[in-house]
Structures are given as C-alpha cells and as structure tokens.
Ligand binder design. Structure first.
Ligand SMILES: Cc1cc2nc3c(=O)[nH]c(=O)nc-3n(C[C@H](O)[C@H](O)[C@H](O)COP(=O)(O)OP(=O)(O)OC[C@H]3O[C@@H](n4cnc5c(N)ncnc54)[C@H](O)[C@@H]3O)c2cc1C
Length: 403
C-alpha cells in the first residue's frame, strides 16, 4: 500500500505531490493525459504566483504590463502599469516542469490512466484506473483529489457538490495575429454575454482568442473571431475551438476520511477573471502539507484533516466570496450600464486610484472590488443602476474586507 494517491496532475496535483514526496512519502500521481498540462487554459499568471512558484525563463512568452480594454460600444481604454503585473506562459511546459520536480522528489507518475472508481473505507483508499482495456487497482492510506473542474470523483468520495452548476464555460482557440503587442479584453453581449472575450499574444505571431460565459457559446466565439479578422487583429478565424468549465464557487466540503480536495476540483478559481492556476497551487500546497502532517501522526480521519479547510478559507475564502458577488454584480448590468461604469472606472484619475495604484494585485481582487463599490463616484453610479443590480451591491457593501 502506498502512502498517497494524487488524482490529476495539473498545478494542484503536481505541487501536492512535490510537498509529499519531498518529505519522503510514497506518492503515486495518476492522470489520464499522456501530455501533461495540455488542459484548456490561456496561461496567464500574476507576478506573485511567479515569485512563489517560479516559471522557468524558457517557458515565459511575455511579461505583461499593459492591456487594452474595449467597452461594449467599442471604446478603447489602454491600461499601462509601471512594471509587469503578469506573465503569459507556455502553460503545458510550466505544468510539466512541476511534474518533473515532483518526480525528482520521488513521486511516481502513472499517465494515460483514468481513475474510474474510488472507494474509501477504514483500511484505506482503493482506486481503479483504466488504460485502454487494462484496469489496474491502486491502494493508499490517503488520496488527494485534484482532477479539475466538475470531477465525478467527489461524489464517489462521498463529497456531494450541490453547487456544481454555478460555473462559467471558457471557449478558446489558437489563431495567427501578426504584430499583436498586448492582451486585449472585449466586453458586451455581442462578444460574451455576462462576461468578456480575450485576445492574448503568445510567441511570434501566435495568439489565443477566447470567450467566457455562463453557457457554451461556440457561435459567439466564431462571431468574435470574424469581428477580430475584420478589424485586422487576427488573420482568420479558427473553427477548432475547445471549451471547458471554470468553477465559480467552492464545493461544500473539501475533506473527508482519508481525502483532501484542491484546485478546480474544489472550486477554487477567481470568479472575476476565471484564473485558477495560482489558487490551485496554493491549495495543492496546503493539501500536501496537511496530508504530510496527518500521515506523520497516522491520523487520517475527516476530523484530523479538517484543518485544511480552515487553512484555505483563511487565505482565499474572502477572495472567492467577494469575487463571486462582484461577478454577480457585473452579470446583472446591461451593456448601457457597463458602458457608463467602464467610462468612469477606466478614466485616468480612477484608474490611477484603483488599478494602477501600488495596492492593486493581479491575484487578490477583493481589495480593489471593495474600493470600487465604496468609491465616492463609482458607488453612487452603480447604485443608480436600479433593482437588478442593488442586491449584489448590497452584499458587497456588507463584506468587511481589508486586503
Ligand atoms: C479557457 C480557459 C482559460 C483559462 N485561462 C487561465 C489563465 O490564463 N490563468 C489561470 O490562472 N487560469 C486559467 N484558467 C483556469 C485554469 O486552467 C485552472 O484553474 C487550473 O488549471 C486548475 O488547476 P487544477 O490542477 O485544479 O486542475 P487541472 O489543471 O484541470 O488538472 C486536472 C488534471 O486531472 C486530470 N484528470 C481529470 N480527471 C481524471 C481522472 N478521472 N483520472 C485521472 N486524471 C484525471 C486531467 O487530465 C488534468 O491533467 C483557464 C480556464 C479555461 C477553461
């Protein structure tokens, strides 16, 4: 019997595996992918994430310190920070480098195998993994579930996820875009109802174009690409888009006897932008450390593992809650209201106070959100948007967030 099985080798699983293997525990990481890291993602991480979980220089496409934001009517707002706030990275290579680190610490990777059954009892965890026609059984004292958005393994582990419908869908494809210098963000119902679309330069003339919305909107992505082609931003639409979910709320419980859940599987993405790599790393690291302590004491019951949930709540709990209300506030606005809000929010003075201020963080949005709704001009403007918007503004104003 192994000490730990980690299911899913994304950022959350790889970091959890490193934490455990580096302390000498016998860890197996199972993933159905042969090519790790190729999960649908844009690959933007904030500088704080890079400082804590460094991206190797050869995996960095660009340092990003500017972006252009377009209002629903097409008004252009350039945003230029003094120094880079984020990196655009080769996401697959970044994730593989984390798996390499975990392997170097002694974790064994079992790739091309999908965990299809999960069972937990007093004697330990048993998982069945399917690879082609072969089914293999693996036993461990504890499991860390890091198998990403909407994983059915939570149910098998006795962790029902009542909130699984509250999510966004990201649609994305790769295109050619000559001379694109900055990330561009587009808003308005014609682009992505309730959310936004993006055009992100990678290396050379490659770029990623995508939209995020409450529903799978392939037609919208095609229209968005046609619009970008007509503007001369991209050379032509690519019809081969992929879509995948992004959680908006944490699941109701992230631990059980012999089980911890981290990353997207636990519902830990930023509800504002959908960015989840950093929170996957933070929670995966916490899960790994909690698991290591529990194995050391041979105390693997839910009550011993509970501290993991208090730990992540302490660090990202407010961010997830405030970010969720901000998303609901954003979604409740119509295009005309959004146009007015952006006009003020992205005006030079307010931009300097909020986004370009030293307190702004790419990874922690609650402080800026609270400053926005309490702002002397922005607050009254949002309040004037009426009864559909008011409940979310009210919920935000009741939060006590200092960060
Ligand atoms: C279109 C789009 C763009 C995004 N862009 C960004 C961005 O720019 N920046 C950012 O920070 N975040 C972004 N995200 C979110 C980010 O990709 C996720 O939050 C992050 O990857 C979560 O990491 P994770 O380790 O929890 O899960 P994942 O990265 O999803 O990893 C889960 C792993 O589990 C494996 N797996 C699943 N089920 C099983 C099974 N049954 N058996 C074995 N293996 C299994 C999968 O193959 C996968 O490798 C984006 C998401 C989308 C959809």
């Amino acid at each position: 019997m192994r000490d730990v099985i980690v299911i899913g080798a994304g950022p959350a699983g790889n970091i959890a595996a490193s934490e455990l293997a580096s302390r000498g525990w016998d860890v197996a990481v199972i993933d159905w992918r042969e090519n790790l890291g190729e999960k649908l993602c844009t690959g933007i991480v904030g500088m704080e994430c890079h400082e804590r979980f460094p991206v190797r220089p050869e995996h960095i496409y660009r340092h990003a310190r500017s972006a252009t934001v377009y209002s629903p009517s097409g008004k252009e707002y350039p945003v230029l920070a003094e120094k880079p706030t984020a990196l655009i990275v080769d996401r697959a290579a970044y994730i593989r480098s984390m798996a390499d680190t975990a392997m170097a610490c002694g974790a064994e990777y079992i790739l091309g195998s999908r965990v299809s059954r999960f069972q937990s009892d007093n004697s330990g965890i048993t998982v069945e993994a399917t690879s082609g026609d072969t089914v293999s059984k693996h036993h461990a004292r504890l499991a860390v579930i890091t198998s990403g958005f909407g994983t059915p393994l939570l149910r098998m582990a006795g962790l029902r996820d009542g909130k699984k419908n509250d999510h966004m869908v990201g649609n994305q494809t790769e295109v050619r875009a000559e001379g694109l210098a900055d990330t561009e963000v587009y808003t308005g119902d014609h682009v992505a109802p309730e959310s936004f679309g993006w055009l992100v330069p990678l290396d050379g003339s490659r770029a990623l174009v995508g939209i995020m919305s409450r529903h799978r909107l392939n037609g919208h992505l095609q229209h968005f690409q046609e619009f970008l082609t007509a503007k001369g931003k991209i050379s032509e639409p690519n019809p081969n888009a992929k879509s995948w979910g992004i959680p908006l709320k944490p699941v109701s419980k992230t631990y059980a006897d012999r089980v911890l859940v981290a990353g997207d599987a636990a519902g830990f993405a930023k509800p504002t932008t959908g960015g989840g790599i950093y929170y996957a790393l933070i929670s995966g690291q916490m899960a790994g450390r909690t698991a290591a302590g529990a194995l050391e004491n041979d105390q693997l019951t839910a009550s011993e593992l509970k501290s993991y949930e208090s730990d992540w709540k302490q660090v990202i709990g407010k961010e997830l809650r405030v970010g969720y209300y901000a998303r609901m506030l954003f979604e409740s606005m119509d295009d005309a209201q959004l146009e007015r809000l952006m006009g003020l929010f992205l005006s030079e003075g307010v931009l300097r106070e909020l986004i370009l201020s030293p307190e702004f963080s790419f990874d922690w949005h609650s402080g800026t959100i609270m400053k926005t709704v309490r702002h002397g001009d922005l607050g009254p403007l949002i309040r004037s948007f009426g009864p559909l918007v008011a409940p979310f503004l009210g919920r935000l104003l009741r939060q006590s967030v200092t960060r």
